[in-house]
Design a protein around this ligand. Structure first.
Ligand code: SF4
Length: 299
């Protein structure tokens, strides 16, 4: 095995997981906060590897990707688990769940690629595989293994992620992701703390976005869900959008796509109504002061 969690066996020691900034210290047999990774036999492994809870054929626009192969379809696969605990989680049934909370079946990388090729044989609009629904990077090894086989088969790879990972994960996926939608949920450490993040979470997300924005092999779009009372201030959107526009030497202003989307009450955040549509449009206009391609969603 290669990648950020590869290390010599220390069967009786606690190990720090290096996949994300939570840096869970896991005793032998212990499960990480994401409920996807475990210390097994002296190594931290993705226990959720290949455990599929959701498999669907989606329009690419649903990921959302607004400016990547419009009109096409993508096989979308999800498992369970996440390294954040956003109280407004829109996919909490699988993202805020462990192996015993959901129904899953094992789909090996070669099976997923074969199923995608079969889907493409039936409908030539199918272009590839999207890792989505829960947080894919808590089992980045599955993303990597599927993506390598998908490229060999002439398929493209899409990543839909919170982007909250250590740089070693991106090293392991280098050159494998053709398009990505990364959440930039807010623009303060306090906001990420309210999502169960650490003091380094926003920095890690920014690092992921910065790196993908500068990678000519990857088409990048970014999503910000506007939650009333949490991140609906114009100053925060101004800072966020101007930072996005500055990426890749300022070229991101024309290349990067920003989705400003509407919140609906979910999971632990049911004390307020959906984001007023006017607020979503107002904040999208703030983003448009900096970026050429801004879309509203869920309105
Ligand atoms: S990926 Fe999971 S186990 Fe690893 S540090 Fe993050 S939350 Fe903990």
């Amino acid at each position: 095995m290669s990648g950020p969690d590869a290390r010599p066996a220390e069967k009786n020691s606690a190990l720090a997981c290096t996949t994300c900034p939570r840096r869970c210290r896991l005793a032998p047999g212990a499960l990480g906060a994401c409920r996807a990774r475990r210390n097994v036999g002296g190594a931290i492994v993705a226990e959720s590897y290949g455990r599929v809870t959701s498999l669907a054929l989606d329009p690419v626009e649903k990921k959302p990707l607004a400016r990547y192969l419009p009109g096409t379809l993508v096989v979308s696969v999800g498992s369970y688990g996440c390294n954040l605990t956003c109280p407004f989680c829109q996919n909490w049934e699988i993202a805020q769940a462990g192996e015993k909370d959901v129904r899953w079946r094992t789909v090996a990388p070669d099976e997923l690629v074969a199923a995608t090729l079969e889907a493409r044989r039936r409908d030539p609009r199918v272009f590839g595989i999207a890792h989505t629904y829960n947080e894919p990077l808590v089992a980045w090894e599955y993303v990597r293994d599927c993506a390598e086989l998908a490229h060999e088969a002439g398929l493209a790879n899409v990543l839909v992620s919170n982007g909250c990972c250590e740089p070693g994960v991106l090293d392991a996926l280098d050159g494998l992701i053709d398009a990505a939608n990364i959440d930039l949920k807010g623009f303060s450490d306090a906001f990420y703390a309210s999502c169960g993040g650490t003091s380094r979470s926003l920095a890690c997300v920014r690092g992921t976005i910065e790196r993908l924005a500068a990678d000519p092999r990857c088409h990048l779009e970014v999503t910000t869900l506007v939650v009333p009372g949490m991140n609906d201030g114009e100053a925060e959107m101004e800072g966020l959008a101007s930072w996005l526009a500055s990426l890749d030497g300022g070229r991101a202003r024309e290349t990067l796509t920003h989705h400003v989307t509407r919140f609906f009450p979910h999971w632990r955040l049911t004390d307020r109504g959906p984001t007023p549509v006017a607020d979503v449009y107002r904040l999208a206009d703030v983003s448009r002061r900096h970026l050429a391609h801004v879309f509203v969603g869920n309105c």
